[in-house]
Ligand binder design. Sequence first.
Ligand code: FES
Length: 111
Amino acid sequence: MSSRILCRLDEIPDPGSKGFEFGEGAGLRSIFVVRAGSEVHAYENSCPHTDGPLDWVPDQFLTLEKDMIQCATHGAVFRIEDGYCIAGPCTGDSLTPIPARIEGDSVAVDI
Ligand code: FES
């Protein structure tokens, strides 16, 4: 695991989300970051329901109200702060978290 700068903090709306991909082929890794005020949270872009991606539209991982994460495929709803699923077909499961933090004016993860 190594520290990686993903983007500038102001590249993610507040509140808002942004997806990132690393590698290619079988080594492709897809994650997303949610910004909420002075906090950032990162998760693998893999829904516990089917292991598929959560977003149909790039960088859109939140509900219309932007207060929860929502899977676009079957509508599962997850808390932003811990990725716990509170509604939908995988209620009680959780997204896989990735350590994330703000470093100066940038967003960094340990990945
Ligand atoms: S794939 Fe996410 S709710 Fe079904």
